[in-house]
Design a protein around this ligand. Sequence first.
Ligand code: SF4
Length: 67
Amino acid sequence: MKVTVDMDLCQGHSVCMDECPEVFEVVDDDQGYAKVKILVGEPDESLREKVELAVKYCPNRCIKIEE
Ligand code: SF4
């Protein structure tokens, strides 16, 4: 699976990092806004459940899983 985030929609709520810190980290961008950073773009299948929770609970619905 491949994980992508629509950065225009991400508002740095950190829900994704709470659900799956192995894949998502929230950091400040150049302009000081919190944004997600994808640590592992193609995570192992063992992380699928956690990534799916991040997708489900992201308030802005900006995380996608591509197969
Ligand atoms: S939960 Fe969604 S909006 Fe919040 S930091 Fe993660 S990707 Fe961005």
